[in-house]
Design a protein around this ligand. Structure first.
Ligand SMILES: C[S@@+](CC[C@H](N)C(=O)[O-])C[C@H]1O[C@@H](n2cnc3c(N)ncnc32)[C@H](O)[C@@H]1O
Length: 216
């Protein structure tokens, strides 16, 4: 069993600006650990990309899972400059090389990374909120506000998955029931011919969190 990355370099003040790892983050790491054999033995990733890395906990965990012999590049994007800084520190504190990029979703990475990403991860802003909150100037609000059906950021991401993923690539996405996971799976199947499955799901209070996995 892999240990959760060390996060003691992150202060309470940091968490005023950066999403604090929570149940969703831990479910995501559990899903990656469950798929460790697939990731290490079959996918053997050269390029990993996490969208919305926040504290950097998930990308650091992925780096630990891949191990010292891995030559994977782990890129992390976030729209929040504090998150990019903390992601870098979390990697360093755990001896994992992460390359954070401050950008909206994956802007600037395409077309260069077209069909090159082997592991793509996103724990998105998924909470159902009024649309206006998705574009809030409050960085913490941006971490969870998902707009209508909690889908506004997720829906902008789906077409990018087809552009980014390599032939052997896998996309992990956290959703909640309110995001209509079956609808997301149908869109990915019908528009982009991706197969999908549920890797893990867990109740967190009244919220059912689900990790979906998509492959070509
Ligand atoms: C639910 S938090 C997850 C953070 C971290 N990955 C974790 O699991 O603890 C969502 C993250 O996505 C980032 N985010 C929101 N909208 C984004 C966008 N358009 N592009 C890139 N990152 C975004 C937020 O700043 C936040 O760090």
């Amino acid at each position: 069993m892999l240990l959760t990355p060390k996060l003691d370099h992150i202060t309470t003040a940091d968490y005023e600006n950066v999403y604090e790892p929570a149940e969703d983050t831990f479910l995501f790491m559990d899903a990656l650990e469950k798929d460790a054999n697939l990731i290490k033995e079959q996918v053997k990733p050269s390029i990993c990309l996490e969208i919305g890395s926040g504290s950097g906990c998930i990308s650091t965990f992925l780096g630990q899972l891949l191990g010292d012999s891995s030559k994977s590049l782990i890129l992390c994007t976030d729209i929040n400059p504090y998150a990019s800084q903390i992601t870098l520190k979390t990697g360093k504190s755990n001896m994992i090389q992460l390359d954070p990029i401050l950008t909206d979703l994956t802007s600037g990475l395409l077309p260069r990374l077209r069909h090159s990403v082997d592991i793509l991860c996103f724990n998105p802003p998924y909470v159902v909120t009024p649309s206006e909150e998705v574009n809030s100037s409050n960085l913490i609000e941006k971490a969870w506000a998902g707009g209508v059906d909690g889908r506004e950021v997720i829906d902008r991401t789906l077409p990018l998955v087809d552009e980014l993923l390599s032939a052997r690539g896998v996309f992990y996405l956290l959703v909640i029931s309110e995001n209509k996971p079956d609808d997301i799976r149908i869109i990915m199947q019908e528009r982009y011919k991706f197969q999908s499955e549920v890797v893990l799901s867990r109740l967190s209070g009244r919220e059912k969190e689900i990790i979906l996995k998509f492959r070509r």
